[in-house]
Design a protein around this ligand. Structure first.
Ligand code: ADP
Ligand code: MG
Length: 434
């Protein structure tokens, strides 16, 4: 495939010299609590400054991977998506702000909430945008449906409004569409990168990936979680929240019991789908009804879902049911501490031999048959099947670590496995930026 055009790559390398700027969960919530066109504009400026820096770091890393990994066709494909998204962002025209308007925006934000997003610092944009006059924001190819546009407008109208010029309102809309398209472009990154690692394994002729590749994938996917969090949050702030306990995609009062129940149902559903009716072990949940904390519900669901699928599979495949057709129960126990909320998923599925423990954290390590990738895998986000890609545990641990938590596994060989999912209650942990 083609190389990244040298001029574009020069620019990417320049942006990659700037440090990435993290945002904590609490900062995102404070910032998004009372969105107004002014704060949304400010947020889009932060995203417009920060995203190209994060993408640039990834492109440079993808270009310089060890052991010829950079030369694998699927890795090159992924790199081009990152480069293209970088290009889309740095070429996206910004409205010019008059001094008077800048002051009004500042004032509206101070009034709106006492908190600002950090500046993406130092802002490399200035040197690149200084000479491009971008008074008019162009490129309105509206493909969002009209109903949602009307809803969004109604939502805007209710916001405490600073009188902003039309081009800024339009910029807000257009920018959301731009990053929405970027997010969709990157949907298949996990599966495509997995494909790249497969190509790499074939090239090196053995199955286990080396430590530096494992570390690279951890950095790469962790960074992807952060990028998608920024984009997802910014897009969601432009829409009416599903209920009052949401700020963007963050649940300010995420009810653990409800999410756990949903994950249990979904995992058991997949399990029965895979092993046949009545072949899903029961799951017992111990969790206070009213336990709530600030988190991203979709992340919590993802981690629990993956852990539960593993436990269900271990119980069904390794232990099976006894003569009374009863599987040993899987238990989910939730403990509420001051610092952490810890969720233990405990099964009697036979455990993992101690020598196999380091392996379970490596990408693409699986003891299940790898299912055929959906012909459409290139279009959709990674939807994990019952098992077989060996991504469940390592990715779940990254989700946990992204907000300052962790995931640990303790096994008793020939008995069962306990997975401990630690989630930080203090939502101000620094975003890790690999
Ligand atoms: P996958 O489920 O696709 O195989 P995971 O990363 O979720 O990938 O798990 C990797 C491997 O770890 C599994 O294939 C299995 O061998 C082992 N494993 C994970 N959880 C358990 C468990 N609860 N009991 C026994 N083995 C487990
Ligand atoms: Mg799994």
């Amino acid at each position: 495939m083609l190389r990244i055009p040298p001029k574009l790559y020069e620019k990417i390398k320049y942006f990659a010299t700037f440090p990435q700027t993290g945002v904590s969960l609490r900062q995102m919530v404070k910032f998004g609590q009372k969105p107004s066109p002014g704060t949304l504009f400010r947020a889009s400026q932060f995203v417009a400054d920060e995203l190209p820096i994060r993408l640039a770091h990834r492109v440079v890393e993808l270009e310089n991977l060890p052991n010829h990994l950079s030369e694998m066709p699927s890795v090159i494909k992924v790199k081009h998506w990152y480069a293209q998204s970088f290009k889309d962002l740095v070429e996206f025209p910004r409205p010019e702000l008059s001094a008077e308007l800048r002051e009004r925006l500042r004032a509206s934000m101070v009034a709106g909430q006492g908190m600002q997003l950090p500046e993406a610092q130092p802002n490399p944009a200035t040197s690149y945008y200084a000479h491009s006059s971008v008074a008019a924001v162009t490129g309105s190819n509206r493909n969002g449906n009209a109903a949602s546009a009307t809803r969004t407008r109604a939502y805007y109208a209710r916001m405490d409004n600073v009188d902003l010029p039309r081009d800024i309102l339009k910029y807000n809309d257009d920018f959301v569409r731009c990053i929405g398209a970027i997010k969709r472009r990157h949907d298949p990154v996990v599966t495509t990168m997995a494909q790249g690692i497969q190509e790499y394994k074939e090239a090196i002729g053995h199955q286990l990936i080396d430590t530096d590749v494992q570390l690279f994938l951890d950095r790469f996917y962790l960074s992807r979680i952060g990028i998608r969090m920024l984009i997802g949050q910014h897009i969601a702030l432009h829409q009416p929240p599903p209920d009052k306990d949401y700020v963007g995609i963050i649940g300010t009062r995420t009810n653990i019991r409800l999410i756990a129940q949903e994950a249990i149902e979904n995992a058991r559903f997949i399990c029965e789908d895979y092993y046949g009716l009545f072949n899903a072990p029961e799951v017992q949940l111990h969790c206070p009804d009213d336990l709530e904390f600030m988190y991203v519900p979709s992340h919590l669901h993802h981690m629990l879902f993956e852990l539960l699928k593993n436990s269900l599979r271990a119980v069904v495949e390794t232990v099976g049911s006894d003569s009374d057709d009863n599987f040993p129960l899987i238990k989910v126990i939730v403990a509420e501490g001051k610092e952490d909320i810890t969720i233990k998923v405990s099964d009697e599925g036979g455990g993992i031999p101690r020598s196999g423990m380091p392996m379970v954290w490596t990408y693409m390590y699986t003891t299940a048959e790898t299912p055929e990738l959906d012909a459409d895998y290139n279009k959709s986000d990674f939807k994990a099947p019952m098992a077989g890609f060996g991504y469940g545990l390592p990715l779940s641990r990254l989700y946990a670590r992204y907000f300052g938590g962790d995931l640990k596994l303790i096994s008793m060989e020939n008995y069962g496995t306990d997975a401990y999912l630690h989630l930080r209650r203090l939502s101000d942990s620094e975003e890790p930026l690999p």
